[in-house]
Design a protein around this ligand. Structure first.
Ligand SMILES: Cc1cc2nc3c(=O)[nH]c(=O)nc-3n(C[C@H](O)[C@H](O)[C@H](O)COP(=O)(O)OP(=O)(O)OC[C@H]3O[C@@H](n4cnc5c(N)ncnc54)[C@H](O)[C@@H]3O)c2cc1C
Length: 325
């Protein structure tokens, strides 16, 4: 059973690793240049030297015991550590949020910088196509993408699965990344304005205060969903400057000129919840995982990826136990 997985974020890598551990040949495809997805870390050269920004999730938590156990494994491997400033349950990647994903990606056949534009049926299986891609001979194709991208990619091949994803719109999130020549005294390492009078940003995190980091004073500021939606089509540079001004106002400190400032628009930051673990059609050999099946957090992506791998492995085991012709 040759298996293609489209998307190598946390869900796709978890699914791919679990299937590879079952002895299934997997091939992963991701449009990004490196592991991360919505747990990305952006590394930038500034006049102060290199600065790293966790531009997606600022930290992650575990409610599910299985994901808690996985975090303990990652801690033992040295890819995550607790971050008490964000609460007793908060974990961050070491030295960036992408660290556990980079570790998971090692040893898996992932084709980076490869956008899959079409999933096409071919005799006895599936073919993936894109600008620099035409790969066939897959018995199974699985997606591990945000809901909107799942819907677009699966619509021609599996409109029933695409319809489930299309019903779950995500919330966007504008993110600003700023580095400063000096420390912003008097500002706590994690600032939240969630539900406050301005309700502009959800979180602002001092990056160098996270465990395993060093480097200049740098901040990631994440706008709330309503503000992000209202400002969605503005230019990134404009939004970053706007968010930075609102951050200074909320922190109650005088504005300081950053040495580096950039904005990033997450169109599909926070998912809905389909209320199911996975989508899997064993007859056609097509399925989907991702946070949006269970909820908007990293642990939902991990759980969904793992459960899709179990479902596919069970189908494979049951096919292998059938008597041959
Ligand atoms: C701003 C922000 C704040 C967050 N805060 C938190 C938090 O506090 N706590 C928490 O637990 N979670 C948080 N999250 C959510 C968490 O990051 C996600 O739940 C998790 O990373 C989703 O993983 P995934 O694998 O399902 O999707 P993704 O990480 O989105 O992975 C999808 C992958 O698919 C690739 N891809 C997309 N389209 C294609 C294509 N056509 N072809 C090939 N590859 C493609 C992408 O490059 C990406 O690598 C936050 C997310 C954001 C953006």
């Amino acid at each position: 059973m040759r298996i293609a997985i489209v998307g190598a974020g946390l869900a796709g890598l978890t699914c791919g690793r679990a299937l590879a551990a079952e002895g299934c040949p997997v091939a992963l495809f991701d449009k990004g240049r490196a592991p991360g997805g919505r747990l990305s870390t952006r590394r930038t050269d500034t006049s102060l030297g290199p600065v790293a920004f966790d531009l997606g999730a600022p930290f992650i938590t575990a409610d599910d015991p299985a994901f808690g156990a996985e975090l303990a494994v990652w801690q033992a491997e040295g890819t995550v550590a607790r971050w008490p400033a964000a609460g007793a349950r908060a974990w961050v990647g070491i030295p960036g949020m992408d660290a556990p994903l980079r570790a998971m990606g090692r040893g898996l056949p992932v084709r980076w910088s490869t956008r899959v534009e079409a999933v096409a049926a071919e005799a006895g299986g599936w073919r993936l196509q894109g600008a620099d891609l035409d790969a066939g001979g897959f018995d199974v194709v699985l997606t591990a993408l945000p809901a909107e991208q799942t819907a677009t990619l699966l619509r021609p091949a599996a409109p029933d699965l695409a319809a489930v994803a299309a019903a779950l719109p995500s919330a966007p999130c504008w993110t600003a990344m700023a580095a400063f020549a000096r420390r912003l005294d008097g500002v706590p390492d994690l600032l939240s304005e969630r539900g406050g009078p301005g309700d502009t940003f959800a979180w602002a995190a001092r990056e160098a205060a996270k465990p395993g980091r060093s480097g200049p004073e740098s901040w990631v500021i994440q706008a709330g969903p309503d503000w992000s939606r209202r400002n969605l089509e503005r230019a990134a540079a404009d939004v970053a400057a706007d968010l930075l001004g609102r951050f200074f106002a909320a922190a109650g400190v005088a504005a300081v000129q950053p040495v580096h400032l950039a904005g990033h628009r997450w169109r599909y930051a926070a998912s809905g919840a389909a209320g199911r673990n996975t989508l899997w059609d064993p007859t056609r050999g097509i399925g989907a995982c991702g946070d949006w099946l269970l909820g908007p957090r990293a642990e939902h992506a991990w759980l969904s990826g793992r459960r899709l791998a179990s479902a596919v492995a069970a189908t494979r085991a049951s096919a292998a136990s059938q008597p041959g012709p």
